[in-house]
Design a protein around this ligand. Structure first.
Ligand code: ADP
Length: 185
């Protein structure tokens, strides 16, 4: 069965960077819900219009919109290993992911938590070029709250299912990649 892994962690934890490395080094197809939403927004699609208000406030886009979008994309990755970046972000999304994967003859291989403390998140995002509207300091704080409230329950969820791999997200990207690869075994 093709490998399917999910990367999760707070904003600024480096999920996108690590997903790109898994693509380059191991041939994974990355599926980043944040990127897909920004793309939907720039093309002015119905999904994009509905997602915008949530994204700008730093809140999560409603599960049903996200799950439908991911279902379409996973179908297109048939036959390749996939790395989900930024999905699932709620327990409801995690349940839906299990169904979507099974509909495509797949199941989740591992859920990798990229662990970075809040103060480092704030420092990293305020230090990078802020070309995203949601990188304003007050929105970053809201995204962190949302992470702790809605996404962190996935740590226990995946731990109970034996799928959790916890990786230290501090240090340079190469070291984190080495840890992610080690965690995938
Ligand atoms: P980050 O991980 O740095 O917050 P993303 O690009 O993954 O950045 O997400 C940006 C925004 O897109 C989120 O704040 C949220 O509004 C929306 N989003 C992305 N993925 C999801 C998801 N799985 N469920 C709900 N909303 C999402």
């Amino acid at each position: 069965m093709e490998t399917s892994i999910a990367l999760f962690g707070p904003p600024g934890s480096g999920k996108g960077t690590q997903a790109a490395r898994l693509r380059d080094e191991l041939g994974f197809v990355p599926l980043a819900t944040g990127d897909l939403l920004r793309e939907a927004r720039s093309t002015g699609s119905d999904l994009g219009r509905r997602a915008t208000e949530y994204m700008d406030r730093g809140e999560l886009v409603p599960d049903e919109l996200i799950v439908a979008m991911v279902g379409d994309e996973i179908g297109q990755a048939d036959g390749s290993p996939v790395v989900l970046d930024g999905f699932p972000r709620t327990v409801a999304q995690a349940d839906a992911l299990a169904d979507v994967l099974s509909a495509h003859g797949r199941e989740l291989t591992a859920a990798v938590l990229i662990d970075v403390p809040d103060d480092v998140v704030v420092e990293r995002i305020s230090g990078r070029q802020q070309d995203r509207a949601d990188d304003r300091p007050e929105t970053v704080r809201e995204r962190l709250h949302v992470y702790h409230r809605q996404t962190e329950p996935l740590v226990a969820y995946y731990d109970e299912r034996g799928l959790l791999r916890r990786v230290d997200g501090l240090g340079d990207a190469d070291s984190v990649t080495a840890r992610v690869r080690a965690a995938l075994g």
